[in-house]
Design a protein around this ligand. Structure first.
Ligand SMILES: *Cc1c(COP(=O)(O)O)cnc(C)c1O
Length: 402
């Protein structure tokens, strides 16, 4: 049976079939897991990753592996990317990209609100290598215009951004970056390819933590970088093969299996998040609800333009954040009080502003004031799962009232 790729068109069909073939020897319908570090080659092959070409057979699993290859093809299909490279984690993907592309003397313009792992890596490691890091609020376009210069090699945004779900306009920022000769990277973990396809909007690279929505089951860790075939060459040779953050074929298999239901899950995540967000907006103890799907979100219009799905992340502010967090950790019966996101289980976690700013963004003055006006002394970040939404609201209600 030969598969007609032309017929693998819709997002749900891609999620199920892209990158996969029934096994040519056994006919197995589900993909095999190829847990082999090395491969028997028919002719001697060179040792240098630089000498590889598209016809090089499988040699060694840090270079390429058939199970990982299937996952890469499925993700490339969903993101409408020429190529995808998978890594052991989202941070391995992030560091693989940054350390492959940036040179001493380059500048990186980056959102002042994003995943703390990214913020800490960028702030601690890049200046040591002679890269100028310029954090700005990328939700306000003139900030980006003013920050880019001929030194700017990359602009990095995360949208929606952790933890206050601030959006950045991908198409407009791609345009600003390109006019000054820079490239745009989008960490699209919170959106998933179901909500947003940044490459189609003009971005040059997309980064995902596959640990979150894409894997979707809260078990396997993984990361990915997607972009054009030529742009991915350096990231593959240096960022993956030499830095060595290779994903296990077993994790790649679990994530690939998770993707089959990604469109269905995102649909339910969105619907449940909308119910919980609306419930919390009317709750007397809640000061502020941040959810891109609510009309009250400051960038609801941009969300409607740029996202096909508002995703399942909701952040709220409640008076006395830290004490309240202790209570919730003890009293919640359905929600797990745990970090991470994008799983079928609902998760909640308190993120204090002081610790977040001191450990990552290092913003001060007006930038800090603008952030604090939204986040107060901290926010509860919720990843709304696939449970019955009425049960989630009831769980929050009973824990809040304790
Ligand atoms: C989790 C996360 C990462 C890091 O991914 P890991 O798989 O934990 O290494 C990066 N960016 C965002 C937005 C994330 O949520």
């Amino acid at each position: 049976m030969t598969r007609d790729k032309e017929l693998i068109r819709g997002i749900q069909t891609k999620a199920v079939h892209a990158g996969e073939e029934p096994d040519s020897v056994t006919g197995a319908s589900a993909p095999n897991i190829v847990m082999s570090s090395t491969f028997v080659v028919k002719e001697p092959q060179g040792f240098s990753a630089a000498n590889r070409d598209p016809d090089t057979p499988y040699v060694y699993s840090r270079w390429a592996n058939p199970t990982v290859q299937q996952l890469q093809e499925k993700l490339a299909s969903l993101e409408e990317a020429e190529r995808c490279i998978c890594f052991a984690s989202g941070m391995a993907a992030t560091s693989g990209l940054l350390f492959s592309l940036l040179q001493p003397g380059d500048a990186l313009v980056i959102s002042d609100t994003n995943y703390p792992g990214t913020a800490e890596l960028v702030r601690n490691s890049l200046p040591r290598l002679g890269v100028d890091v310029i954090p700005v609020d990328t939700s306000y376009l003139p900030n980006v215009e003013n920050a880019v210069s001929s030194k700017t090699r990359l602009v990095w945004i995360e949208t929606p951004a952790n933890p206050i779900l601030r959006l950045s306009d991908i198409a407009a920022i791609a345009d600003i970056a390109h006019r000054s000769g820079a490239e745009l990277v989008v960490d699209s973990t919170f959106a998933s390819p179901i909500a947003t396809r940044p490459l189609v909007l003009g971005a040059d690279y997309v980064v995902h933590s596959l640990t979150k929505y894409i894997g979707g089951h809260g078990d396997a860790m993984g990361g990915a970088v997607l972009g054009s075939r030529s742009a991915m060459e350096l990231i593959e040779t240096e960022g993956l093969i030499h830095f060595g953050g290779t994903i296990s074929p077993f994790n790649a298999w679990l994530i690939q299996r998770g993707i089959a239901t990604l469109p269905l899950r995102m649909d339910t995540h969105q619907r449940n998040a909308m119910t919980v967000a609306a419930f919390l907006e009317n709750h007397p103890q809640v000061e502020l609800v941040l959810y891109p799907g609510l009309a009250s979100h400051p960038q609801h219009d941009l969300a409607s333009k740029q996202m096909d799905n508002y995703s399942g992340m909701v952040s709220i502010r409640v008076a006395g954040g830290e004490e309240f967090a202790k209570k919730l950790a003890k009293e919640l019966k359905v929600f797990h009080y745990a970090v991470s996101l994008g799983h079928f289980r609902s998760l909640i976690y308190w993120i204090g502003t002081e610790e977040l700013v001191s450990s990552s963004y290092q913003i001060e003055g007006e930038q800090l004031e603008a952030y604090s006006r939204i986040a107060g002394d901290g926010v509860f970040r919720m990843s709304i799962g696939l449970e019955d939404p009425d049960d989630l609201c009831a769980d929050l209600d009973q824990a809040f009232s304790k």
